[in-house]
Design a protein. Structure first.
Length: 140
């Protein structure tokens, strides 16, 4: 079984990694791919000022920071893992990666927000749930 675990450095994404480790303990044939995605749409103007290389470097640093805690947890648990870093519409990139990589499960954290805020703007987790063909395990 292949697990895709998108992380954003939050406490809930680290809880999701711990849950993935629990699944791995029960079924060691599982594999984990960590994923970091940053929406770069708002940075188009910045690219024209500071250049694409500087923006790409900045986004890579953010991804490395977001992935650090999850990588540490998986390393401590002795779980081999791969890392995927992308930019674009976050939920769409997660769904696309799940489809292209033929993952069996997406394990991700769900940040707690008020119901009104989620109703108005939605969340990445809600969008992934709505769009994914792959089963999704949300961890709160």
């Amino acid at each position: 079984m292949k697990i895709l675990a998108p992380v954003d450095g939050s406490k809930t994404s680290l809880k999701a990694i711990k849950q993935a480790c629990s699944l791995l303990a029960a079924a060691p044939q599982l594999s984990v791919t960590l994923m970091s995605v940053h929406d770069d749409i708002a940075l188009k103007h910045a690219r024209s000022i500071v250049g694409s290389k500087a923006v790409d470097s900045y986004l890579r640093e953010l991804s490395d920071k977001d992935l650090a805690g999850a990588r540490k947890l998986l390393d401590k648990a002795g779980v081999e893992h791969e890392v995927v870093i992308r930019t674009g519409h976050v939920a769409q990139e997660i769904v696309d990666q799940a489809d292209q990589g033929k993952f069996d499960l997406i394990v991700m954290g769900h940040k707690g927000r008020s119901a009104l805020r989620d109703l108005l703007i939605g969340s990445v987790a809600q969008r992934v749930l709505a769009m994914a063909k792959t089963p999704v395990l949300l961890v709160k």
